[in-house]
Design a protein around this ligand. Structure first.
Ligand SMILES: Nc1ncnc2c1ncn2[C@@H]1O[C@H](COP(=O)(O)OP(=O)(O)O)[C@@H](O)[C@H]1O
Ligand SMILES: [Mg+2]
Length: 403
């Protein structure tokens, strides 16, 4: 890509540049400045994604001219000894004589048997550390973090308000000289649901198509944050509101092929009336046929019909009341569980990492969601990008399926 993503380009370079959560950011700054006086030798920043936890740490480091050592949580957790990874860093001065901050990002995101050990070793390091240690996590109530909280001051980041998100979006829009229909910023901010990263990325994606109209924003779908398959099925089988169901299907992580299987498996559990069931399966079969044709002719835009037929199949069926256990598509389940999904994500991230001079982890966090959203709103641009990254067929197919 010719230029860096906007979440990088507009990365705040001092604490004043962080929108919202002023008190918390101010406290973070003090904590680092007066580290020697602190009772607790670490802080734990908690809050949802894209509210600026990581960005605040970078901003504070830049403002105070501190060196920042970011340690990847999985790196810590997989290490035989946490001390090897952060212990030394925590106790040595930076070579340049500048102060040093140690950031352990997303401590609650990793999993595995070693986790508990990992946390207790981190606590050991905190106790002896000569430099400020900052940790971040999504959810402070995670059991894993319980003991950590005795040793780290918890700073809670609140979700950003729509008005706060709008301020930054306007700034970016001006600086990029975007051509926006009135109301676009409002809509993008609304859809982000307090997630600044999402808002900035959405605006960037929309802007690739030239003038941005309000109706373009609709294509992004609300970020009710990705629903799992059980939640989507629940909506499909219980709601009577077509738009609500479609929204749920679009916002889910489940691709249509998979959802089709889930619906096929669960229909007879929910629909007892024989005629109704036959009709539902007929509609489902039609959706499947459509899907096969689209694949053959590569008319991906028409996937939306498959989605509609799928939704209709369920909506029109006469369903039983009450709660039913949702079953996994039995025979085929194994197929879907393959590791292919993870492999594909990894190889796309690796391609970005190579081309954009960043780490694969960072690429997965920043560039991959960007590419996914771009595929959604502008497949032509997305496929050009795929070509320049030299992505393989499997990767491109996966992207198409996630539309
Ligand atoms: N409060 C904020 N003020 C300014 N920019 C922000 C803010 N929150 C997020 N951003 C932007 O969004 C991107 C992602 O934020 P990040 O700090 O990584 O979120 P978190 O760590 O809370 O998930 C940052 O690169 C930054 O550009
Ligand atoms: Mg973060």
């Amino acid at each position: 890509m010719s230029s860096e993503p906007w979440v990088r380009k507009y990365f705040p370079n001092n604490s004043k540049g962080i929108v919202g959560n002023k008190k918390v950011v101010q406290r973070l700054l003090e904590f680092v400045q007066d580290y020697k006086k602190q009772k607790k030798k670490a802080v734990l920043l908690v809050g949802g994604t894209g509210v600026g936890k990581t960005a605040s740490v970078y901003a504070v480091a830049a403002e105070l001219n501190y060196e920042l050592l970011e340690i990847n949580s999985s790196q810590v957790m997989n290490a035989d000894s946490v001390k090897n990874v952060i212990g030394n860093a925590a106790n040595t001065m930076s070579l340049t004589g500048r102060g040093k901050i140690i950031l352990i990002d997303d401590v609650d995101a990793f999993s595995g048997r070693k986790d508990r050990g990992g946390i207790s070793e981190i606590i050991d390091v905190i106790k002896k550390s000569g430099n400020p240690i900052i940790l971040t996590a999504l959810n402070q109530w995670n059991q894993k973090l319980r003991t950590l909280k005795n040793h780290a001051e918890v700073l809670q980041f609140r979700k950003l308000m729509k008005s706060q998100i709008k301020v930054l979006l306007k700034l970016i829009a001006d600086s990029e000289e975007l051509c926006l229909e009135q109301g676009v910023i409002e809509l993008v901010a609304e859809k982000s649901r307090g997630d600044m990263r999402a808002a900035i990325t959405d605006l960037e994606v929309l802007a690739t198509g030239g003038k941005v109209l309000q109706q373009d924003v609709e294509t992004l779908g609300y970020r009710e944050k990705t629903l799992g398959v059980f939640e989507v099925l629940d909506k499909m089988f219980h709601s009577q509101d077509y738009h609500e169901i479609v929204k749920a299907v679009r916002n889910s992580d489940v691709n249509l092929d998979e959802l089709l299987l889930w619906v096929a498996e669960n229909l007879p559990r929910r629909v007892k009336d024989r005629d109704s069931l036959i009709k539902a399966y007929e509609t489902l079969a039609e959706a499947d046929l459509f899907r096969a044709r689209i694949r053959k002719r590569q008319h991906w835009r028409f996937l939306v019909y498959v989605q509609d037929l799928l939704v209709l199949a369920v909506m029109l069926a006469e369903k039983n009341r009450g709660w039913f256990k949702t079953e996994r598509p039995s025979k085929i389940a194994k197929l879907w569980k393959t590791k292919s999904e993870r492999n594909v994500r990894a190889s796309i991230s690796a391609a970005f990492a190579e081309n954009c001079h960043t780490s694969a982890r960072q690429a997965e966090k920043v560039y991959l969601p960007f590419l996914k959203t771009l595929s959604l709103v502008n497949w032509k641009k997305a496929s050009e990008l795929c070509a320049s990254l030299k992505l393989g067929e499997k990767e491109v197919e996966w992207l198409k399926n996630s539309i």
